[in-house]
Design a protein around this ligand. Structure first.
Ligand code: ATP
Length: 744
């Protein structure tokens, strides 16, 4: 015996808490129509987890809660608690007594409890299924539902039978595994889709990484080559600059000198040009000379005239003297002669004392005059007067001539001096003219040389520009290449480049060309963000590999699940077939017992539609076992009735009872509830029914709701259900005699 008690509180008509205790293997519930007996059967369904409110004759959860009456207030919750004796471990839970409880609230919320602990519906369903107390309620036959199994379609029948055979658990497992499989396949799809999503990106990244590798190689080559190029170029540029600076020195110095020379020469020429006109000093000399010459000519003419006069007077004197001599000599006192000598002596000494020519001249003059006066005194004769006058005149002329000659002499000296001066100046002037011409010639020479030197310097400067251009290019290359390949490329100072420093310039040009090609190739790779890219590639690849592993795992899981489902399906089928076979054995027996002969059996059938489709397709009838349903074949004794549809109400009831009992025999459920299953039976059949429930109660506890006296008589305990004015169902334990009374 597995059932201990059922406690109903607020469920349907049981407004107050009522408890049924199941102490015997057959418990009978009796009572008048509408007193609430079926509500007890529904209380079982409810507590066992029935989700169809309709099967409990309600529309909403609320309909299951005591709705109150004129005398009693409505309940807020409906609760039913079923207590099992679990000492035989019917339920897989380590308690000797197990209570299962369900409560529904007016808002439709359900709560489930196992031994007072709140659980999920699933926990209860699993616990019960494993104890052959399935949710299809094959062991609860509601009022008028006795022949439900006959009405059902083959598939529903199969489900009921599976449930009764306790192999529904495979179904659960299959469903569970199918859900898992579904989920796994979804995951597989997701992972495959993720991999598909990643794939192009990964391919892209792979290519980029390959490019990156290539770029790295190119970069290394570029760095190596560039360093050597830079080193050589720097040496070349520096050396060339120094050499050019050195080379420039000489011509630049020479040019500076030439400039100075040119300046001097130009100055000279400029100066020479100014002196082309006769300088005023020469002109002054010329004019002075002219005037002196004029004076000289005048004096010489005067001298000539005086000489002419003198010559005439001389001739006149000679003539006179001749006359005079003829006159004779005259005596003169001595003292007079001595006085004359003394005077002359004194005059002479005075002249000497003067020391100059002038003083001497003056002395002679005085002496001559005293001599003249002496002679004149002694010639005081009339004859001598003419001669004296002549001589006097000649003396005057002589005096004039002496003065003139003196002047002439001075003039001549001045003329000589002027001529000398003029010639000197003139020579100087002529020489200056010659110098200018030389300077002009020199200018031409200087300019020619300047051009020559400038040409040479220009060639040097052109080389200098070239080397400066090379230096600029070097700097620009350094910038470009270091931007492209990193600053390390600039660390070339310590580079050993061998001894071949003086190679041909074309070697560097070739290197530069090579560098340019490398640069272009490196740029063409177009790879940026090397490290990030590598990292992203690694991460993406890892992710892809992770997904690939996951996919393998999932596929393995899927295969395992497929196998499990197949295996479970096979076991289900095997057990189902075996179960059906066993049911058939009992079914036949019970049927023959009920009908006093004839036979009935269950038959596995495939759905019509499916079978047709399959036959058309393959031409053979391959059975998909899971799709098979159950058909019932009956054959009544003495009657030619073959189909269920032709049976009478009572015959149907008997057939279904036979089947239900047969099912219950194969895998007896812990309890069976039969709500007026015997309603349609006549007396004779009621007895047979009574025999069968007794038979059945050997393996399962029975709760029979009945109006049937025969059935009541088989029960150990009888409960009477009554409903008073308060419309609340009440339970009371009663005797058989009372029960008969109550049932009426
Ligand atoms: P019969 O012998 O005619 O089959 P019964 O004893 O099986 O009758 P039930 O069908 O169990 O009677 O009970 C029906 C009674 O329960 C009705 O009187 C109905 O009004 C009452 N009932 C059903 N639901 C509720 C509810 N939520 N609250 C109160 N009473 C309810």
């Amino acid at each position: 015996m597995y059932l201990k008690s059922l406690e109903i509180n607020g469920f349907k008509s049981f407004g107050r808490k009522s408890t049924l205790e199941f102490k015997t293997s057959i418990t009978s519930i009796v009572g008048p129509n509408g007193s609430g007996k079926s509500n007890v059967a529904e209380a079982f369904r409810f507590v066992l987890g029935e989700q169809s409110i309709k099967s409990m004759r309600g529309k909403r959860g609320e309909d299951l809660i005591f709705n109150g009456s004129t005398d009693a207030g409505r309940a807020n919750r409906a609760g039913v608690k079923l207590v099992f004796d679990n000492s035989k471990k019917l339920l897989n839970i380590d308690f000797d007594e197990v209570s299962i409880e369900r409560v529904v609230f007016r808002d439709g919320v359900n709560e489930y409890f196992i031994n007072g602990s709140k659980v999920r519906l699933k926990d209860i369903s699993e616990l019960l299924a494993q104890a052959h107390i399935g949710s299809t309620g094959h062991h609860i036959i509601s009022q008028g539902e006795a022949d439900r199994i006959l009405h059902s379609n083959p598939k529903e029948r199969r489900e009921m039978i599976e449930d009764a055979l306790g192999i529904k658990v495979y179904q659960f497992k299959i469903e569970e595994s199918s859900k898992k499989l579904e989920k796994t396949e979804e995951n597989i799809k997701q992972v495959e889709s993720l991999r598909r999503e990643i794939a192009p990106h990964l391919r892209f990244l792979k290519k980029q990484v390959e490019k990156l590798e290539k770029a790295r190689e190119l970069k290394d080559e570029l760095v190596k080559m560039a360093r050597e190029y830079f080193k050589r170029e720097e040496i070349y540029v520096n050396k060339t600059k120094l050499a050019i600076a050195d080379e420039k020195n000489a011509p630049e110095g020479e040019l500076a000198e030439l400039d100075q020379k040119l300046l001097d020469a130009r100055r000279m020429v400029e100066a020479g040009l100014k002196d082309k006109e006769l300088p005023p000093e020469i002109l002054t000399i010329e004019s002075s000379l002219h005037s002196v010459r004029y004076q000289k000519d005048e004096l010489m003419r005067e001298e000539g005239r005086l000489e002419g006069e003198l010559s005439y007077i001389k001739k006149s004197i000679e003539k006179e003297e001749k006359v005079q001599s003829e006159i004779g000599n005259k005596l003169v006192p001595l003292w007079e002669v001595e006085t004359l000598v003394n005077d002359s002596k004194i005059f002479f000494e005075e002249g000497e004392i003067g020391g100059t020519l002038e003083s001497l001249r003056a002395a002679f003059h005085k002496i001559r005059e005293s001599l003249a006066r002496f002679v004149h005194k002694h010639k005081q004769s009339d004859a001598n007067d003419v001669l004296l006058n002549l001589k006097k005149e000649a003396d005057g002329i002589h005096g004039k001539k002496a003065v003139l000659e003196q002047n002439l002499k001075g003039i001549k000296l001045e003329e000589e001096k002027l001529i000398k001066e003029y010639e000197e100046k003139r020579t100087e002037f002529e020489k200056a003219k010659d110098d200018t011409r030389e300077a002009e010639k020199e200018i031409f020479k200087i300019i020619a040389r300047q051009n020559e030197v400038r040409g040479a310097l220009d060639r040097i400067k052109s080389r200098e520009r070239e080397v400066l251009f090379d230096a600029e290019n070097l700097a620009s290359d350094m910038r470009d290449i270091s931007a492209l390949a990193g600053l390390e490329v600039l660390h070339f100072n310590d580079l050993e480049i061998g001894t071949d420093l003086f190679e041909a310039r074309t070697a560097q040009h070739d290197r530069h060309k090579h560098l340019e090609r490398l640069k272009i190739r490196l740029e063409e790779t177009g790879v940026v963000g090397g490290e990030d890219l590598q990292k992203e590639h690694n991460e993406t690849e890892e992710r892809d590999q992770f997904l690939a592993r996951e996919l393998v795992d999932l596929e393995q899981a899927s295969t395992d699940l497929h196998n499990l489902i197949k295996e479970l399906g096979e076991r289900l089928n095997v057990e189902f077939r075996e179960g059906v076979q066993k049911i058939n054995n009992s079914f036949g027996k019970y049927f023959a017992l009920m009908f006093g002969g004839g036979h009935a059996s269950l038959k596995l059938v495939r759905p019509e539609r499916k079978r047709k489709a399959e036959d058309e397709l393959t031409g053979e009838t391959e059975v998909n076992e899971e799709d098979e349903g159950i058909d019932i074949e009956v054959s009544l004794p003495h009657k030619k009735i073959k189909g269920l549809i032709m049976l009478s109400g009572g015959e149907r009831a008997l057939t279904s009872i036979a089947l239900l009992f047969a099912i219950s025999q194969v895998n007896p459920p812990p309890f069976v509830i039969l709500d007026e299953t015997d309603a349609a039976l006549d007396e004779a059949n009621s007895r047979k029914y009574g025999d069968m429930i007794e038979n059945l109660s050997e393996h399962s506890q029975l709760i029979v709701i009945t109006h049937n006296r025969e059935t009541m008589s088989r029960a150990g305990i009888l409960y009477g259900v009554t409903m008073g004015k308060d419309a609340v169902s009440k339970l009371l334990s009663i005797s058989f005699a009372e029960a008969e009374q109550v049932a009426k």
